[in-house]
Design a protein around this ligand. Structure first.
Ligand SMILES: O=C(O)C1=C[C@@H](OP(=O)(O)O)[C@@H](O)[C@H](O)C1
Ligand SMILES: C=C(OP(=O)(O)O)C(=O)O
Length: 423
């Protein structure tokens, strides 16, 4: 798909999409809960669909109701197929691998696209300590595993990704690992673990931790006959809408929980620091442009904010400094480099200095042909920046957005952005 975004002024109100982080965790918890779960406000991104497919292959029955809710019936992990495929979802593969390993059946775990090149060697090291046989493709996919996983006291490294810990926490919780301790060194993306623990608590699993270093499992609360879980609005996708408002018009974004544990709620800090018009209420955020100035932001624990932050920084006077570049190497693309390459086409100079990204803003953006590198957040960053360019910005492989936010172009179109979509 090729999308052309013309310079535009936007206005109006829009509702944030469902969070794939919240939705995928809910799917996993519903599978593990072994009862009936109704998911309200379910997401429809590719990653969400992959999670629904995985839980069905692991034995859950999924039905879509007329009101849009999804109902999941489960009797726990009981694989119906020898292979599961997590699509392109990093969270999916890293969360569902330990969960699938709760079963004694031999299973192959695979993915597609960029996931095939993302590191999984964590599992080579950790799963054998939990009595799971694993054979990976030199630390990449596919993984061949055979459980059942037996929780034990272990020490893991949390510096590459929090997603492995999310999977272990869920699997240990479901296995009733009372008293077991997971010790984590150097955990990054900590708020994502808060979200995991919050979803687990909703489904009755209590985990305590001391400063994200030692995680202990407590007795499981007796499960109710059925659960209902409402998927949160997505701060990660909404960060692009909020930045679009800060640079290109007065808009209102609804459906975001300002008390959410989602990491990317931190976009509010950057928006407040750059001096845009910002009014935050529990049910809606109003945002609009003013004279914008460069800011300093540490994105180590919210790495998905880099792309919208770069689009924002490109419109701010001065040099914006964003910390945490080391967290970007293993996402759907190497985002430090892809942001540098694509924004250079728009006329924006980005310098990478070790763990720092420096964005020289307000130097004028020009129309150009950009490429998503099949990375949803790169496509969305280019589209938002395009609103302030002096000519049309073409985005090649623009359909990458389907991974997290399939309605993104429609949403900014509804706000008045001039967009041409060629399928
Ligand atoms: O748990 C999650 O939902 C996610 C965790 C983060 O990954 P890392 O923990 O690898 O930073 C984030 O980048 C990813 O998009 C989603
Ligand atoms: C990196 C991302 O997701 P995941 O790691 O789950 O594929 C993302 O959504 O930007």
């Amino acid at each position: 798909m090729i999308v052309t975004v013309s310079p535009s002024v936007i206005k109006g109100a829009i509702r944030a999409a469902a969070s794939k982080s919240s939705m995928q965790r809910a799917c996993a918890a519903a599978l593990l809960a072994g009862t009936t779960t109704t998911i309200v406000n379910p997401g429809n991104s590719n990653d969400d669909q992959a999670a629904l497919d995985v839980i069905q292959k692991l034995g859950a029955v999924v039905t879509k109701e007329a009101d849009g809710n999804i109902v999941i019936h489960s009797k726990g992990v009981a694989p119906l197929h020898p292979e599961i495929n997590c699509g392109e979802s990093g969270l999916g593969i890293r969360m569902f691998t330990p969960i699938a390993a709760l079963s004694a059946q031999p299973l192959t775990i695979n993915g597609t696209g960029s996931l095939l090149t993302r590191p999984m060697d964590f599992f080579d090291e950790i799963l054998p300590q939990l009595s799971v046989n694993i054979q990976s493709n030199k630390g990449r996919l596919p993984l061949k595993i055979q459980g059942p996983l037996q929780p034990a006291d272990i020490t893991v490294d949390g510096s590459l990704s929090s997603q492995f810990l999310t999977g272990l926490l869920m699997a240990y919780g479901a296995a009733g690992a009372n008293g077991a301790v997971i010790t984590v060194n150097n955990l990054k993306s900590k708020p994502y673990i808060d979200l995991t623990l919050q979803v687990m608590q909703h489904f009755g699993w209590e985990v305590s931790h001391t400063d994200y270093e030692q995680f202990r499992f407590q007795k499981v609360k007796p499960a109710p006959a059925a659960f209902t879980y409402t998927v949160e609005g997505d701060w990660s996708g909404a960060a692009f809408l909020l930045v679009a408002g800060a640079v290109a018009g007065d808009i209102t974004v609804k459906g975001l929980d300002v008390y959410s544990t989602q990491a990317d709620k931190a976009i509010l800090q950057a928006l407040s620091d750059c001096g845009c018009k910002l009014s935050i209420r529990p049910d809606e955020i109003e945002i609009g442009p003013l004279s914008l100035k460069a800011f300093h932001f540490n994105a180590t624990d919210c790495p998905d904010l880099f792309p919208p932050l770069v689009a924002l920084a490109a419109c701010c006077e001065g040099i914006t400094v964003i910390e945490g570049v080391e967290r970007l190497a293993h996402k759907e693309s190497n985002r430090g480099l892809t942001l540098q390459e694509e924004f250079a086409k728009l006329g924006i100079e980005i310098t990478l200095q070790g763990n720092l990204m420096l964005v020289k803003g307000n130097t004028g953006m020009k129309g150009a042909v950009t490429h998503s590198h099949h990375d949803h957040r790169i496509a969305m960053a280019c589209a938002v920046a395009a609103l302030k360019a002096n000519g049309d910005v073409i985005i090649e492989e623009a359909d990458a957005i389907n991974k997290s936010y399939p309605d993104f172009y429609e949403h900014i179109q509804q706000l008045g952005a001039v967009i041409k979509i060629q399928k």
